[in-house]
Design a protein around this ligand. Sequence first.
Ligand SMILES: C[S@@+](CC[C@H](N)C(=O)[O-])C[C@H]1O[C@@H](n2cnc3c(N)ncnc32)[C@H](O)[C@@H]1O
Length: 391
Amino acid sequence: MTTATASRSVVVSAKGAARWQGGHPWIYRTDLYDEPRDAPGIVAVTDRRGRHLGQALYSPKSEIRLRLLTRGREPIDAGWWSERIAAALARRTGIPATAYRVVHAEGDGLPSLVVDRYGPYVVAQLLSAGLEQARDDVVSGIRAALAPQGILLRNDAPIRRHEALPLEVVSAFGSVPDTLAVEEHGIRYLAAPHTGQKTGAFLDQRENRVLVAEQSGAGRALDLFTYHGSFALHLARRAREVIAVDSSADALTRGRENAALNELANIAWREANAFDLLRELERRDERFDTIVLDPPAFAKTKQSVPRALAGYKEINLRAMRLLTSGGVLFTCSCSYHVNRAVFADMLADAARDAGRRLQLLAQTGAAQDHPELVNVPETGYLKGALLRAVD
Ligand SMILES: C[S@@+](CC[C@H](N)C(=O)[O-])C[C@H]1O[C@@H](n2cnc3c(N)ncnc32)[C@H](O)[C@@H]1O
């Protein structure tokens, strides 16, 4: 086991130091005076007068050069990681699900580290070059804090390209099965840790699924962009009929398996482009009592925001038109570049064009095990709105 006490150091500008003072853990390339420029890893960070500012993950090829780990000088070894992961776990007591996020990277003070627990297994992501260098200690820390039967590293997130890291899925300890059964507020579904999106399931929507199900009625429901059917399963416990839609046939196959697992026979699985289907449903004058819109991130970059907003507006406007009077729409965006204010404006615009009066029942974010830091906007990406038609 390595003991990664920082032996190399990086000197940062007053502006860089001020970012850490203000609680933001990143320092950019342009705010460095002196850096080793060689291998990534853990470094000591000082200001120009040689004052110690802390220790950080160092990524020599990334625009985000430094990610703060600690303001202290203590060794960052397996024991350090284990303590921090155990502390993050302690903040998550009482989650009524067998799968949840234990470490949400910057949101938990462990930049670029994601640790998701699926019952006795762990699926983790190391998303910076500095962290990748500390892989052995991090894996030892996860083992010590969580005692899992297996650890899979889903290091195939495209963001690793910014760090000049390979995209790979590798086992770090023991073995993790191809499918894992998740129990979430009385619903069971199968996650796909090796091949599924994110670490195998959309754990960030767990609380939103419960919220929508609580507000939904016994009528018809439409779950657009359903993936493995997680919203549809929750809705089907109350609704007479649920139509679950995705453009991926593979995702729908898993959805059907999940419905069988819960003995739910009232979900119709439809392979379709949601944009086309919404138009078709409108033409046929269909109505739904509950609609869920959980599309993929339409805006992957700042430049693509205007186009993304046109897409968000189109699906929301059409979904609003399909709502019964008293019907409920849960709509969300996981595009980081579309912030809450812009999302709210888009919804207002869509409601105006749809000519519907919609109450805002709740504004939501990701589940509590995916915490946002108020002064680090990069930690927030998912925003949702629960609306009820009252005309
Ligand atoms: C964010 S995921 C949905 C997650 C899901 N609601 C859950 O809670 O697990 C987005 C899904 O949209 C699907 N998708 C992407 N574009 C689509 C389109 N134009 N029409 C229908 N489905 C689409 C993807 O296959 C993916 O399964």
